[in-house]
Ligand binder design. Structure first.
Ligand code: NAP
Length: 330
């Protein structure tokens, strides 16, 4: 059977649709010295891919006709490189495809601490490192603080919330469904949640954060950031990480008023995960340790088959996924 990959067909306006992408035949390069042949097990779908499509991400843009880029977990089938052997589990930026022949330096062995390899692209991968950077490297969290995180049920948000909880904070999550909110409280140990689609956000923040907000990890921007800023405690710490509210839009919406930062004497930190690569092993060790101790809940949203990758990406970018979005190659 011929191999398949996914390319970007057109540049979408707003939320991408299945027609934004096209599944096309793929072929493998020859297995020369220093090359490794891998079969992809899981493809990671991440919101930054929407930014690459619109040319607004820090990394190279994806244009119509280009292969879709993305991080994967893969199994080594054949190797002509000393560091890899058949059966090894590896990760790399191999794109939306079923198999690949890659130079060895494009691959890294996965350290999963005996946990599922799918986690290597979620809470033990780039999203987990992002959360670690924003809770350990860029903030000083102390017991008793009120910590708020938006997009709380995604892989970044769940990890932020559970690290903050482990540090003794009272964690409040903002998420867009009752199912997500129930899971955050019952499984992930969040103290409270706000379903911003059914409860007025400002009323929910007043209810869940009566003592104001000491720490905010922002994955959304826009009016959600504004509403939290209005409720910052004096000396608050804010980490700006993502802009879920605007990735599907063409322009830049008006931002929050700096007056609230001034009134709260707040510290605001911008987060770029690439700056924190040196913390990767520490982040994996912390989160894997919490999972093994039964003190960390994980949620994955797994779709089967490369043909369904575009449907899964549309669900991710329209708020319908719950947990880390992955495509399992079958
Ligand atoms: N700065 C960095 O270096 C860095 C690194 C990694 C990730 N990030 C950012 O971190 C954020 C979270 O990433 P993630 O991988 O954990 O993704 P994710 O949370 O799984 O992202 C999808 C979720 O975003 C939420 N969302 C909130 N407002 C939305 C809106 N207006 N439209 C659509 N969805 C909306 C939806 O959940 P609800 O049900 O809650 O609406 C949706 O399920 C993203 O903004 C991402 O770009 C930044």
């Amino acid at each position: 059977m011929s191999l398949k990959k996914v390319i970007l067909k057109t540049k979408p306006e707003g939320v991408p649709s299945v027609e934004t992408f096209e599944v096309v035949p793929d072929s493998l390069s020859s297995l020369d010295d220093g090359m490794v042949h891998v079969k992809i097990q899981y493809l990671s779908l991440d919101p930054y891919m929407r930014g690459k499509i619109s040319g607004r991400h820090l990394t190279e843009a994806i244009h119509p006709g280009d292969d879709m880029d993305g991080e994967v977990v893969a199994e080594v089938l054949e190797s002509r490189a000393p560091d890899f052997a058949p059966g090894d589990t590896v990760t790399g930026m191999l794109g939306w495809r079923e198999e690949a022949v890659m130079p060895a330096d494009a691959l890294k062995n996965v350290v999963t601490h005996g946990l599922s390899p799918s986690l290597a692209r979620g809470v033990l991968g780039m999203p987990g490192l992002t959360a670690y950077a924003g809770t350990v490297n860029l903030a000083e969290l102390r017991p008793g603080m009120t910590a708020v995180v938006s997009s709380a049920a995604g892989p970044v948000g769940t990890t932020v919330g559970q690290i903050a909880r482990a540090k003794g904070c009272r964690v409040v999550g903002i998420a867009g469904s009752d199912e997500k909110c129930a899971w955050l409280k019952e499984e992930a140990g969040f103290a409270d949640t706000i379903n911003y689609k059914t409860e007025d956000l400002r009323a929910g923040l007043d209810r869940a954060c009566p003592d104001k907000i000491d720490y905010y990890f922002d994955n959304v921007g826009g009016d959600m950031l504004q509403a939290v800023m209005e409720r910052l405690a004096v000396g608050a710490q804010v980490v700006l990480c993502g802009l879920m509210s605007q990735y599907n839009d063409g322009g830049m919406p008006p931002g929050p008023n700096p007056a609230f930062t001034i009134i709260a004497r707040a510290t605001i930190r911008g987060l770029v995960v690439y700056d924190h690569a040196a913390s990767s092993a520490d982040a994996v060790a912390m989160v894997a340790g919490m999972i093994k101790a039964g003190d960390f809940a994980v949620q994955e949203d797994i779709t089967d088959g490369i043909e369904n990758a575009s449907t899964a990406f549309v669900r991710l970018m329209s708020g319908q996924t719950f947990g880390k979005t992955l495509v399992k190659m079958i």
